[in-house]
Design a protein around this ligand. Structure first.
Ligand code: GA4
Length: 330
């Protein structure tokens, strides 16, 4: 990633005068071994669209091994990284996020987790790079997927909907359109130039999928938007996972769960490395409120659409757009 000269930092930074930010100390923590987990997950999704998972069963060495591989990858010469870019959307990207002009203080690798629909580019990324990298991604993603299935099944129990795999089956499907992202937010090159402002790593957005599972190193930067319109910083925890509700799950719960807006700021001293699994349904899947979650009198808040239609529309949008707007009934 090329370090920019001082004036260019203005493209990435936010003015000082922002809404107040607090430290999210009361973030819901779900212990997967707790008999109350199913109800606490539902409560967290209603209140925040976001929660932390502990006792998750994913070995810490899977996380640290992949983190080390990611650090190795991002330390490669720029030309080697550019060989696996630009993103189409899969592949290596630097500063540009998506196809519509969004930028951030970030470099990343976006991968398709489904070998059945992976592009040549994706295969090339893995093969050209290294076997160690590939196996670290594979073992990590497999373990995280299993945990995500468990969470979605607990969620179905908490919502009292049957069968309990009504949500998890969408991620388990061979054709599930899920992806995986490794992000590197380099430390801010010249913190004086920012003059107290924040350097935007990944601008505010919601995730389009059903559920996202994030793990980061011990560098802070993630913030979520609370119901009262204020931003809260999420204290980092490299041993836990942070899960958030995506747009598709908001629709499937007819708005009962909110897909949470979030953003990331770069740290002034440390690199932030994050790894996120985005669990999405098959492209042909109809995304609509689950019948049991639509009260008798209440109608679906959304028009019917497939995941493929939603994704296409998302890729025409800017990061901060309210993407569900096009799909709401008027
Ligand atoms: C946000 C969530 C995931 O990181 C992502 C992003 C995707 C991309 O980087 O290619 C998008 C963004 C994300 C939403 C709107 C579109 C698409 C960039 C962008 C401007 C991989 C995803 O699925 O949607």
């Amino acid at each position: 990633m090329v370090v920019l000269s001082q004036p260019a930092l203005d493209h990435f930074s936010l003015p000082k005068a922002c809404k107040p930010t607090s430290l999210l100390c009361g973030i819901p923590v779900i212990d997967l071994a707790d008999p109350e987990a199913k109800n606490l997950i539902v409560k967290a999704c209603e209140e925040y669209g976001f929660f932390k998972v502990v006792n998750h069963g994913v070995p810490l060495e899977f996380m640290t091994r992949l983190e080390a591989e990611a650090v190795k990858f991002f330390s490669l010469p720029q030309s080697a990284k550019d060989n696996v870019g630009p993103p189409d959307p899969f592949g290596y990207g630097s500063k540009r996020i998506g196809p519509n002009g969004d930028v951030g203080w970030i470099e990343y690798l976006l991968l398709n987790t489904n070998s059945q629909i992976s592009s040549h580019k994706h295969l090339a990324i893995f093969q050209e790079y290294s076997q160690n990298f590939r196996s670290a991604v594979d073992e990590y993603v497999l373990a995280v997927k299993k945990m995500a299935y468990q969470v979605l099944e607990l969620m179905a129990d908490g919502l009292r909907i049957e069968p309990r795999n009504v949500l998890s089956r969408l991620l388990k499907d061979d054709k599930s359109d899920s992806c995986f992202r490794l992000n590197h937010y380099p430390p801010c090159p010249d913190s004086q130039a920012l003059n107290g402002r924040n350097l935007v790593g990944f601008g505010e957005h919601t995730d389009p999928q059903i559920i996202s599972v994030l793990r980061s190193n011990n560098t802070s930067g993630l913030q979520i938007l609370l119901k009262d319109g204020t931003w809260a910083s999420v204290p980092s925890d490299h041993t836990s996972f942070f899960l958030n509700v995506g747009d598709a799950l908001q629709v499937m719960t007819n708005g009962r769960f909110k897909s949470v807006k979030h953003r990331v700021f770069a740290d002034t001293n440390k690199s932030r490395i994050s790894m996120i699994y985005f669990g999405g349904p098959p492209l042909s899947e109809k995304i609509a409120p689950l019948p049991k979650l639509v009260e008798k009198e209440e109608e679906s808040l959304y028009k019917e659409f497939t995941w493929c239609e939603y994704k296409k529309s998302a890729y025409k949008s800017r990061l901060a757009d309210y993407r569900l707007g096009h799909f709401e009934k008027t």
